[in-house]
Design a protein around this ligand. Structure first.
Ligand code: ADP
Ligand code: ADP
Length: 232
């Protein structure tokens, strides 16, 4: 589903260059919940942002269903991004818009028919179990509820892949657990492949079937979660 080959990312700045990613090779299969774990500054965020080209790789390829997204033009990239949803640590909701409007936002951009849009928003609210908050604004929601809205928005266009950037790092342990359960059920019932970066081992152990450990811009270990973390 996602095949990353020989990926490098170097940031160039006034104080010199930072090699954030060095020769990353990863294969994420359809249906995986694939965790990428590492310390702060290891390159996790750069790596996940290369998967939807929010970051331009310096070298290498990111194949998504056999298309190298590094080589796509702007129009092709826009189409490809419809297949990739993303959620963030701090939710990134529009604070002046209510839940319904936040979730409808990507559909509006895609010029969905009004009635279809309302129907889809209701479906999504149902999936994330937030029907009663349809007209609430982000400031009226708990952290877990905000992340549910963000998940609904990310799923609006029916993506095949969901990228999670430290999606539970701002949440307490109970809320983290309930968001992870939701992600797992989305993976199982909708067949969406999930890639999550985190610095929290509990997150990996709770939901990821595969894991890669990133350190100083390189993958130092990868495999089935059980194998990687049960070695003596
Ligand atoms: P992580 O997500 O694991 O904390 P990042 O991908 O954010 O790691 O960062 C990896 C390295 O790249 C760090 O040394 C960081 O300082 C550097 N870095 C990240 N983003 C930028 C940027 N926009 N410009 C320059 N350096 C950056
Ligand atoms: P959690 O501990 O799950 O993050 P909170 O204790 O913050 O949740 O919120 C519990 C309930 O209170 C939620 O149903 C949420 O909608 C409501 N709530 C939280 N913050 C506000 C607020 N600023 N205004 C109105 N309702 C709120």
């Amino acid at each position: 589903m996602i095949d990353i080959k020989g990926l490098y990312k170097t940031y160039t700045g006034k104080e010199g260059n930072t090699e954030a990613l060095k020769n990353i090779n990863l294969r994420i299969e359809k249906g995986d919940i694939f965790g990428i774990i590492g310390l702060s500054g290891a390159g996790k965020s750069t790596l996940i942002r290369c998967i939807n080209r929010l970051e331009e790789p310096t070298k290498g390829s990111v194949f998504i269903e056999d298309k190298d997204i590094v080589k796509l033009n702007d129009g092709e990239l826009r189409d490809m991004r419809r297949n990739i949803g993303m959620i963030f640590q701090h939710f990134n909701l529009l604070s002046r818009k209510n839940c319904r409007e936040n979730i409808a936002f990507p559909l509006k951009i895609m010029k969905y028919d009004k009635r279809e849009m309302e129907k889809r928003v209701d479906e999504l609210l149902d999936i994330v179990d937030l029907k009663d908050k349809k007209l609430s604004y982000p400031s009226q929601l708990s952290g877990g509820q905000k992340q549910r809205v963000a998940i609904a928005r990310a799923l609006a266009t029916n993506p095949k892949i969901l990228l999670c950037d430290e999606a539970t790092s701002a949440l307490d342990p109970n809320t983290t657990s309930s968001i992870l359960k939701l992600l797992k059920s989305i993976n199982e019932t909708l067949g969406i492949t999930i890639v999550m970066i985190t610095h929290q081992m509990e997150v990996i152990k709770e939901v990821c079937n595969k894991v890669a450990v990133i350190s100083d811009g390189s993958i130092v270990e990868q495999g089935n979660t059980y194998d990687v973390f049960s070695k003596p």
